[in-house]
Design a protein around this ligand. Sequence first.
Ligand SMILES: Nc1ncnc2c1ncn2[C@@H]1O[C@H](COP(=O)(O)OP(=O)(O)OP(=O)(O)O)[C@@H](O)[C@H]1O
Length: 650
Amino acid sequence: MSMFGGGFGGPGGGPGTGPIGGMGGVGAGRRDRQQSGTPFAGIPPELAAGVARLESSEPAEAAPRDQFRQQPDPRKLTLWSLLANRPAVLTTAAIAVLVEALLLQAGPLLVQIGIDHGIVARNVPVLVAAAVAFVAAVGFTAVASGVRIRQSGRLAAYATRDLRVRVFSHLQRLSLDFYTREKAGVTMTRMTSDVEALQQLLQDGFAQFLIQGLTMIVVTAVLVHYDAELAAITLLLVLPPLAGLSIWFRNAADQGYNRQRDAIAALFSHLSESLYGVRVITAHNQRRRSVVAHREVVGAYRDANDHTGRINAVYGPGSSVIGLLGLAALLGIGGRKVLHGELTIGELTAFVLYLNAFFQPVQQLVQLYTNYQQARAALGKLRGLLGTAAGVPEKVDALELPPASGGIELREVFFGYEPDRPVLRDVTLRIAPGETIACVGPTGAGKSTLAKLVARLYDPDRGAVLIDGHDLREVTLDSLHRQVGVVPQEPFLFAGTLRDNIAFARPDASDDEVGTAVDAVGLRDLVDRSPDGLDTILHERGQSVSSGERQLIALARVFVAAPRVVVLDEATSSLDLRSELRVEAAVQQLLEGRTAILVAHRLSTARRADRVIVVDDGGILEAGTHDELITAGGRYAAMYSTWESHATHG
Ligand SMILES: Nc1ncnc2c1ncn2[C@@H]1O[C@H](COP(=O)(O)OP(=O)(O)OP(=O)(O)O)[C@@H](O)[C@H]1O
């Protein structure tokens, strides 16, 4: 099986090497075209002055703030932690919220003053003053509201950006076991839909929550001030049923929104798998089945939405009815008080307006609560993801692996992907610096697994893997990956230029270094044939180059990285004889002077290795040079004679 499931690039291109998609290619491309002197290369002279002007006015690019660290971020992910990162923006937004909430309450007060002291008292200046004050309050409210929306928008944008970077960094930290276990679509959902659910709440939700909450407090105080008895009766009538309904909603929504999150993740998973596998689906005539399966996951998502919709249909109108009944009660009780002269008509009007102002927030809070529940479910999922520990963690006190001479040792290694299914049992193997070892054996025997352990893509369950006497678990992953290069069975190319792909592990590699790698692995032909040479854009996953060329690019990538140890999982896909020979020659070049572990699917590769090991039944059955094993007449000799007769007759 593939060492990386086609998921990762070459060595050292592990965590934190940054994106590649065309990055750096622009500048590099321009530099090269200018040098090449071809027609249309570089910036036309008549535009040069304009470009220089434009460049000088561009702000200098700040150094990236986010550094990748192998150790996970210990901070717990909470809504507050997302907001607290930008105290200045948060404070401005909070002040704007406060001002807006207070100004909003001026309206009913001014109406009451206008009625009681202006209209009823026939005092025109007071009436005019109340009206003017009303207009001013509206103006200030608009300004405060503008500031609040702008600042809370910024806050949400920053917070979700931070969250996305944090989750992505964590994804980079996780090991192969996570990616085998977790569907790509589910992880995508965490980064898209879940983060967006949070964004919605952060953008408007919190500010609204504060405004509405403050409004309710202010209004309650004002109501008590106007008529404590009336306020108490009305609030007692309203609050208990509202609280009961909210508790019910919280419990029901918790389940509902979790179900919704799971359903959307399943939907994304199926979508991404179907898109990646579209060729196989079409070739095997399984489009109908694919559509039926998609209808099922979409159906499950619809059911989840339907469920939350039903809950909302009870909670929304339910809380509204409670509020309106409260108003009706107020009209009856308050009206009686006016008739008995205990309350002025202006006060009752203000009371009704304030109570309305009390219930409007309730309505808004209902909506916000829905958002909050959604965001809470999303946060739970994201927290789960951030809480996933890396399968191959780096020790806090891990040491830099010093420049290795490349001696490798597997010491009594036991390993299984699942606890009850051991793949390797008590494997001991020593590889001398500079030696090339070929692993052969039947399919599924554990050859790739052995190679993965040497690259520390997994840790052994028992025993140890050492380089130059250093246990791999004791050294930093960064220093290890710099010195152990991996060529996966199915090379993965990124959308970007050829140069970007070749220099992936060392983006700072010079043109000369890239050129040397190109020549060494025999890619010169491809580079010369490509329209823009090294600046030719490759399509996603390298679909625009042949499988042999992909292998050569993967080899060139490791060549540029220049690790001490190479772990190479030979591709099983067969190439035509010419390409095969080119790849073989490239491998020879790459292995020159390096320690190497080859997972050899072709015995021609094994023949050229310094030593061959036969892996089967969870261990190493035979080990020795090709000639020794042939002479011994054991398992390898049998495999070799079968292969040879196929090679000559086939
Ligand atoms: N991620 C995984 N999770 C669970 N089991 C796995 C995983 N990867 C491999 N296996 C199992 O471990 C065993 C050894 O797999 P491995 O890939 O090492 O075989 P291999 O000898 O390299 O085979 P091939 O020649 O086909 O590449 C197989 O039985 C395989 O099914």
